[in-house]
Write a protein that binds this ligand. Structure first.
Ligand code: A2P
Length: 285
């Protein structure tokens, strides 16, 4: 799809520009000076599985020599579930980041570019059947789980869902905390999945730099057994027969967690080879 638009009063550009795959921003909410979310229209043709990501972005600055503009795209997890009419994204703001320094100025009515080719490993199909599903996230790595926590299959397939979110500060937990809280009063989901479905969720937020009820990196809290004690899991470890996990965070977190889970005999899976856990990098701009 190509849309010819005159986007005046926009942070993107004040000149008429041709945006391929343009979608319109419908909502923007800022949480901290580092984090925000936005919603946009969804192309009718876009089908995706909850947990997948797409490439989104804006037109880059004109080339000084030719004046031509190229799209500046980054991988973003879709934070909304597959059944949602719109798309939601949760993003970091990096002041000198090529894309997010611009993206953070998005306003309702602006256009973003969205390449409608969803991919990713954080999908139910990449896991073997199990009883307890763990979502491990840091920072904006919460995004795919914002999608999966609103996906009926998550609750159909598992008895219990543990969602851990580790951030530097309490304010950085807000997006996730509010989303989980909103599930309790979400009439559509309670009707669709079953009244009180959200009681299957065990929310485990931790901070590393600001005082909060639970402090420390999730990796440390898993290794020293704190998480299991807090959740009443007597074995003090994950069980390859019944525990399944999806991991989305920084490269460091992903590698450290992979090692911990492999130490408990869980194996990494993929779409073509379902196993006990899957990993994806939280993409930063
Ligand atoms: P820390 O403050 O100890 O670095 P960021 O904002 O840099 O993306 O980090 C998000 C959260 O992820 C922070 O709380 C950070 O803790 C934590 N973190 C970073 N690296 C790791 C890791 N290798 N294992 C576990 N947690 C990590």
């Amino acid at each position: 799809m190509t849309i010819q638009e005159n986007m005046t009063d926009s942070a993107i550009t004040s000149k008429p520009v041709t945006l391929p795959d343009a979608q319109t921003v419908t909502e923007v909410q800022h949480y901290t000076d580092r984090l925000f979310r936005f919603r946009c229209t969804r192309p009718q043709s876009l089908r995706f599985r909850s947990g997948e990501f797409v490439m989104i972005g804006l037109m880059g600055d004109p080339d000084p020599k030719t004046g031509k503009q190229k799209p500046l795209l980054r991988a973003y997890s879709i934070a909304s579930p597959s059944w949602d009419e719109e798309l939601e994204f949760y993003s970091i703001k990096v002041q000198d980041g090529p894309l997010t320094s611009k993206l953070q100025h998005l306003k309702v009515g602006d256009h973003v570019i969205l390449r409608p080719k969803p991919v990713g490993t954080l999908v139910h199909d990449a896991l073997l059947p199990g009883k307890r599903l763990w979502f491990f996230s840091t920072g904006t790595g919460f995004a795919p789980f914002a999608s999966l926590l609103r996906e009926p299959q998550t609750y159909e397939d598992y008895d219990e869902i543990v969602i851990t979110h580790t951030c530097r500060d309490v304010a950085e937990l807000t997006y996730g905390a509010e989303l989980i809280e909103s599930l309790k009063t979400d009439e559509l989901l309670n009707e669709l999945i079953g009244e009180g479905f959200w009681k299957k969720i065990r929310y485990y937020p931790t901070t590393t730099r600001e005082e909060s009820p639970k402090m420390g990196r999730i990796t440390t809290l898993l290794k020293d057994g704190t998480v299991f004690r807090d959740l009443g899991i007597e074995s003090g470890r994950m069980d390859p027969a019944t525990d399944r996990a999806m991991i989305c965070g920084s490269m460091g977190l992903n590698l450290d967690l992979k090692e911990i889970l492999e130490g408990w005999d869980l194996h990494e899976g993929a779409n073509s080879d379902p196993q006990q856990f899957v990993v994806e990098k939280a993409f930063v701009g």
